[in-house]
Ligand binder design. Structure first.
Ligand code: NI
Ligand code: MN
Length: 231
C-alpha cells in the first residue's frame, strides 16, 4: 500500500511502504487549495512535470531544504541547478531512471513548459508526465498538464497503469469530456482527478467525468486536500 495525500491542484505527496516520500509538482505557497496547516517533513524524490508556476513554484526552496532526487526534463533540471538545487536528475521522454525503490519513466504531454523567472519566460524544455513503477509491481500514471492524446493507448500497452492522475479542469488542460477518452485509452481501473477547482476558470468536475465514463471499468476517485488515502 502507498499513502496518497492531495495537496491541492496537481501537488501530491506519496508515501511508500518503505517510508520514502515522493512529492509531485510542488506548489505550496499561494496554492488556494493547499490544506491549511499541512507540513512537508521529508522528501526523497521530487517530480516536476513542466515549468509552469503551478507545478514548480516551491521546487527550489523544498529541494534546497530536503535535498531530494529531483526528476524533470533536462532544461528544467539545468534551471533548478542554477538556483542551487543539488541533486537534479534530468531526463527525457521514453527513458527511465531509478529513484530509491521506484523507477520513474517520463512520458509525453501536450502542453507548454515555459518557466517564469524574474519577469521573463525561460525555455523549460517540453512538458511531460510520469509513470511511477512501484516496487510491488503496480504502475501509476501522472499525466501532468496535457490534452488527451491517442498515444495514451501506447502507455496502456507498455506500462498498464492501474491508477492514473488526470487533469480535468479545462482551459489549460483537458476537461472532463477529453479526460473520459483518456480513461478509455489508458484502461486504468482508478482515476484521481486533479487541476480543477483551484481557480474559477478551471470548471471541470469529477462528477462530470464520472458521468461520461459510466460504461467503463474505471472509477473516479475524488480526494480531499490534506486527507490521506491508501492505495
Ligand atoms: Ni501548465
Ligand atoms: Mn498547470
Amino acid at each position: 500500500m502507498i499513502e496518497i495525500i492531495w495537496l491541492g491542484h496537481s501537488t501530491f505527496q506519496l508515501k511508500l511502504e518503505t517510508g520514502e516520500y515522493i512529492l509531485l509538482d510542488p506548489w505550496i505557497n499561494g496554492n488556494p487549495k493547499h490544506p491549511e496547516g499541512f507540513e512537508i517533513t521529508r522528501i526523497d524524490t521530487m517530480l516536476v512535470s513542466h515549468g509552469h508556476f503551478d507545478h514548480i513554484a516551491d521546487a527550489v526552496p523544498l529541494a534546497r531544504k530536503f535535498k531530494p532526487q529531483v526528476i524533470s526534463n533536462y532544461e528544467i533540471c539545468a534551471w533548478l541547478e542554477s538556483k542551487g538545487v543539488e541533486n537534479a536528475c534530468g531526463m527525457n521522454k521514453g527513458g527511465g531512471q531509478q529513484a530509491g525503490p521506484v523507477r520513474v519513466t517520463m512520458t509525453n504531454a501536450f502542453h507548454s513548459s515555459g518557466i517564469a523567472d524574474e519577469g521573463k519566460i525561460i525555455y523549460g524544455g517540453e512538458p511531460g508526465g510520469f509513470i511511477i513503477h512501484l516496487p510491488d509491481g503496480r504502475n501509476i500514471y501522472f499525466a501532468g498538464d496535457t490534452s488527451v492524446f491517442s498515444d495514451m493507448a501506447l502507455l496502456a500497452e507498455i506500462y498498464k497503469p492501474e491508477l492514473a492522475f488526470l487533469p480535468i479542469g479545462d482551459l489549460y488542460t483537458m476537461g472532463p469530456g477529453e479526460a473520459a477518452v483518456a480513461c478509455r485509452l489508458l484502461q486504468a481501473k482508478t482515476v484521481i482527478p486533479m487541476h480543477y477547482g483551484t481557480f474559477p476558470p478551471l470548471v471541470g468536475t469529477p462528477e462530470a467525468l464520472a458521468e461520461r465514463i459510466a460504461g467503463l471499468d474505471c472509477t473516479v476517485w475524488t480526494l480531499e486536500p490534506g486527507v490521506p488515502v491508501e492505495w
